[in-house]
Design a protein around this ligand. Structure first.
Ligand SMILES: Cc1cc2nc3c(=O)[nH]c(=O)nc-3n(C[C@H](O)[C@H](O)[C@H](O)COP(=O)(O)OP(=O)(O)OC[C@H]3O[C@@H](n4cnc5c(N)ncnc54)[C@H](O)[C@@H]3O)c2cc1C
Length: 416
């Protein structure tokens, strides 16, 4: 039986594997790291004495591919969250708190109710969301929206930075439009925040591996691929840390590695080459906030260094996106600067608890017009090779949804 060899077992590689195994194809995965998961993984942190995620990951109920993937591997129930579309915020400069709660259906009645709107915003400001739909190929988020408006500062910019991981004056508006079209514009039912109840690996990765293994797939970890061999217009084999793999007739390869690795393996391939960091801080502290923050399990911060606070059993985790400006700051310095914001947000005081600072320097490609032009399609000129990864041309920013769609697209490219 012909084999599909999948190089890279992040979400894109796993999604390709699930799609291909679902079609009855024989699948083998090769992962360089000690475990699958790539940029979406959990691990035991010895200093904190508990498992943590490399960074907080949030999906929305409108992320259809992510939901479909979890349904297939039987893991949707491992996501938790408020169960309704609520986004609590705190402005750390004024102390104001509010919760955005879109109506369930696509008509945004909430913007017509003064006390449901974001404080300080006028009804007319909400029209700027419609302008996103008409954004040109090069228009940035801040050009498309109105950066002087309270709505921009208190809702749209934070959402754009979280979704695109790029400063709004450089980020491409049409990538934000793709996200908003499938979530916020569909109303509250498509905008329910979801995140793993336990950990990223326990939710997205381990159940996928169990599902694949039950269908005869094999995952080799610690198996870095260092070269692809092209013969007569097709991939004939590749080198791994454990030796060469030779392809048989009908065999194919899905390359599901980060863009810089893909370019090393295929020097002719154009790939995004500019990246943005995400910084996460995990404080070892147990809190149980009341009200909508407790219900949501997270809180958006305006006007501070911290952007999002996630509250988990025994851990309070902070996310800062588009964080290239911060990655060279010392971990202790960052943790000390952010702790007072956490205290103010959650009503804590006392000394700073043990903390782990995780800096993902190349968390995602920078979602700019120049980088978007470098995103390749899944299908390649090589008949038995397809590409997958959040950096391929999915039409979405680098997200779980994009990575999972890219894996499916790679499976379709091979079938075609
Ligand atoms: C801190 C952080 C927070 C994020 N938050 C969110 C969020 O809230 N919501 C959201 O939707 N998305 C979020 N993302 C983005 C999301 O994690 C990524 O889009 C997704 O995980 C990318 O998956 P991937 O498979 O494309 O790439 P990767 O996860 O990078 O997978 C590539 C895999 O290839 C392996 N590999 C590399 N080289 C080789 C080689 N030579 N041979 C074999 N294997 C190799 C790697 O080890 C890795 O496992 C976040 C990302 C980060 C880093």
């Amino acid at each position: 039986m012909s084999q599909v060899h999948i190089i890279g077992a992040g979400l894109a590689g796993l999604s390709a594997a699930v799609a291909l195994a679902g079609q009855g194809r024989a699948v083998t995965l090769y992962e360089a790291g000690p475990a699958a998961g790539g940029r979406c993984r959990s691990y035991f942190d010895r200093e904190l004495g508990c498992r943590i995620d490399n960074g907080n990951h949030l999906v929305l109920s409108g992320n259809r591919a992510a939901m479909g993937f979890l349904d297939t591997i039987g893991a949707r129930h491992l996501l938790g969250g408020p169960g309704r579309a609520i986004l609590p915020f705190l402005d750390v400069t004024t102390g104001e708190r509010w919760t955005v709660e879109p109506d369930p259906g696509p008509i945004p009645w909430w913007v017509f109710r003064r006390n449901a709107r974001v404080p300080g915003t006028k009804l007319t400001e909400y029209g700027q969301l419609l302008r996103l739909r008409a954004a040109g190929a090069e228009t940035t988020v801040s050009q498309s929206l109105d950066p002087r408006s309270a709505l921009y500062r208190r809702l749209l910019a934070p959402l754009a930075i979280a979704a695109l991981n790029t400063p709004p004056d450089a980020a491409l508006a049409r990538l934000l439009a793709s996200v908003v079209r499938e979530t916020l514009m569909q109303g509250g039912r498509a905008s329910i925040p979801l995140y793993p109840r336990v950990g990223l690996s326990e939710t997205f990765i381990d159940p996928a591996i169990a599902w694949l293994t039950a269908r005869g797939a094999t995952l080799h970890t610690g198996r870095r691929v260092s070269a692809l061999h092209l013969v007569g217009g097709g991939i004939a084999g590749f080198d791994t840390t454990e030796g060469r793999v030779t392809l048989g007739a009908g065999d194919a390869v899905v390359l599901a590695v980060p863009p810089w690795v893909a370019r090393d393996l295929l020097p002719w391939l154009g790939t995004p080459d500019s990246f943005e960091a995400i910084v996460n801080l995990h404080y070892r502290v147990d809190v149980a906030p009341a009200g909508e923050v407790g219900e949501a399990g997270f809180l958006g911060l305006i006007g501070g260094i911290a952007e999002w606070i996630f509250i988990k059993p025994g851990i309070v985790s902070i996310t800062i996106s588009a964080a290239n400006r911060l990655v060279d700051r010392g971990a202790d310095d960052l943790a000390t600067a952010i702790w007072p914001e956490v205290c103010a947000a959650l009503g804590l005081d006392g000394p700073m608890p043990p903390v782990r600072v995780v800096k993902e320097r190349r968390a995602t490609f920078a979602a700019t017009a120049a980088q978007a032009r470098l995103r390749p399609a899944s299908r390649t000129p090589i008949g038995n090779l397809a590409l997958a990864g959040d950096w391929t041309d999915t039409g979405l920013p680098a997200t779980i949804e994009g990575a999972i769609r890219s894996g499916r697209a790679a499976a379709e490219a091979l079938a075609a």
